[in-house]
Design a protein around this ligand. Sequence first.
Ligand code: 48F
Length: 266
Amino acid sequence: MNKLEETEISKTILCTYHERLLDRIVSDVLIVGAGPSGMMAAIHLAREGVKVTLLEKRLSPGGGIWGGGMGMSQAVIQEDALPLLDDVGVKYELRRNNLYATDAIELAAGLCLKAIQAGAARFNLMAVEDVCVHGRRVTGVVVNRATIAGKLPVDPIVFSAKAVVDATGHEAAVVETLQKRRLLTDSAVAARPGEGPMDASSGEAFVIEKAGEVFPGLWVAGMSVCATLGGPRMGPIFGGMLLSGKRVAELVASAISHAGDKMPES
Ligand code: 48F
């Protein structure tokens, strides 16, 4: 084996990481949160040739998938979402009453791999703490290293994009930054009723139907749809999250292609 120079190992990390970071300071679409909805949205946008970047505050992508229900790493999927599992090559088995079980780790890893292979860039330990607003439109996000955010007096940096997707799950963390400044004017959104009690069927339908733009330039997908618009929670079933991610990808891709020249170049 060739002699390994430790500083060359460090330089390889520094160069590759910072080249990727610099390239993604301006993207077409920023997705905040690498849970099931965010990763599915990233896969579909990247396949359309959209320059899409995922920002995740934890070390690992996957969000709520890893824990399945109560830490048991099985994800339950309903029939409607099976084509999405086939598409990403994740195996599943029919268990009972039209409910399918898949290994949660395989699902999280499979979505992440497909997103990267489709061309999405992904950065971990990135905590989105605010948004940029210009002319009443969200034009980017304000980010700090998750290990620094809220702990040290260190200023954040900014990523910009034509569209930002809040896929932060129950937190709806990006929507929250506008809410606390009373900038949300759409009455359904501004009320911020928060999640309703558990109702799996209604909740799953809600996250798909209501995925969309809640403020110019800001979209919601997955559980942040319920947290923003008051849909019911649904517990450990994941098909709705995947379908919500796909739905928001279609809406965002159409919006940014129609906006054309009015959008900043990435
Ligand atoms: O919570 P999460 O998996 O969101 P989702 O895609 O899926 C929800 C389900 O997992 C589950 C459920 C199914 O019935 O209810 O909860 O809607 O993934 C959200 C991701 O966003 C990250 C967080 O670490 C997680 O990986 N996140 C949250 N806040 C921030 C963030 C932030 N401020 N900056 C960056 N990432």
